[in-house]
Write a protein that binds this ligand. Structure first.
Ligand SMILES: [Ca+2]
Length: 353
């Protein structure tokens, strides 16, 4: 009986402390302003959206930023406000919208939400017709394919950590590996592209882009970058690089500096895991890792214009290999070639739009 009494007393004492504490807390944390939408926001490129803001009349000097830039300021905001956001002023992609300000007592408040600007384009559905079947070296863990003139080059990775990463000249018709340069086992080769007389090869986790002379395959220099390295291609002027996310970095080939970053979106969602890339007639073709699809991307906006279903290639060409990966465009003949990691077959394909 005594025990129960003690417990009741303890609970009572705790309760008398806790209840006022909670009440005080909740009164103090009631923000003087908040965004009038419940969760994160997705809008479509082209839309002009009115974003509601609610205040309790206690807020002062409220600043609203979008993507780090101030878009509106209020000195004494009234109860209900709205901010006009013109999506056409921005690239598609993910942004933070932030609200900063103080209450009447000078206490600082902030609120941050995520806003995504989706593409306004519904991707077309394209397919592939198999024109020709060619042999491909089954021991090549294909990470990059690129032509320089008529010469096909392939860059490979090293999933078994045996030092198998290389850059090689490959005979398109026989699949035979010719002149090559290997990477040591600490480096995992990824995408390749050729610009001028240089081959650029990414590494997966080594943060290095290796640059070779395309004739001699002599290593000329190395560039650093902070992200993972996945795929790379060129329009003949700049480099486009993927890192496993939905982002593509536009880089200066002279120093590897980032010129700009695009984010790859459909009208519904971001497309992450962008892998090997190829620049074809003004558009970027990107393998999407672990899928049978290839995204066709506008390099200026990041909008996905089409999704190519390559399931027919996977079904026929994969053998005991892994995922579809590797696209090379032969500009002179307007022919496109595709293969996969450890695949026995390379396909010449025609895109059916
Ligand atoms: Ca390529």
């Amino acid at each position: 009986m005594k025990k129960i009494l003690v417990i009741v007393l303890v609970i009572g004492l705790l309760g008398s402390y806790l209840v006022p504490m909670f009440m005080k807390d909740s009164a103090n944390t009631e923000a003087p302003f908040q965004f009038g939408f419940s969760d994160n926001l997705a809008i479509k490129y082209g839309d002009v959206v009115s974003i509601p803001v609610e205040t309790n009349g206690e807020a002062k000097n409220v600043t609203i930023t979008f993507g780090g830039k101030v878009i509106q300021k209020f000195a004494q905001p009234k109860e209900k406000l709205s901010i006009l956001l013109d999506s056409k002023k921005y690239q598609i992609g993910a942004y933070e919208i932030e609200m900063h300000g103080v209450d009447q007592q000078g206490q600082y408040f902030t609120e941050i939400r995520n806003v995504r600007i989706l593409s306004d384009v519904t991707p077309e559905k394209w397919k592939l017709e198999i024109v020709r079947r060619l042999p491909h070296n089954e021991s090549s863990f294909t990470q990059g394919l690129a032509f320089s003139g008529d010469q096909l080059y392939e860059g490979t990775g090293d999933p078994n950590q045996t030092g198998a990463s290389l850059v090689a000249k490959v005979n398109l018709n026989t699949g035979e590996i010719g002149q090559k340069i290997g990477l040591d086992a600490t480096r995992f080769g990824e995408g390749i592209t050729i610009l001028g007389d240089q081959i650029f090869q990414l590494t997966w986790l080594n943060h290095k882009c290796l640059v070779y002379n395309k004739e001699s395959l002599e290593l000329l220099k190395e560039f650093d970058y902070s992200t993972e390295g996945w795929g790379i291609c060129t329009d003949g002027k700049v480099l486009f690089m993927s890192d496993g996310s939905e982002r593509i970095y536009v880089r200066n080939p002279k120093n590897f500096d980032i010129i700009k970053t695009i984010e790859v979106y459909t009208n519904e969602f971001a497309i992450p895991r962008l892998n090997e890339l190829e620049f074809v007639n003004g558009l970027i073709y990107a393998n999407i890792w672990t899928s049978n699809e290839i995204a066709v991307i506008d390099p200026l906006s990041g909008k996905v214009l089409a999704l190519i279903d390559a399931t027919n290639l996977v079904n026929e060409g994969k053998g005991n290999g892994e995922v579809l990966n590797g696209i090379a465009y032969h500009a002179k003949s307007n022919k496109m070639y595709m293969t996969g990691k450890f695949w026995p077959t390379m396909f010449e394909v025609k895109v059916l739009k």
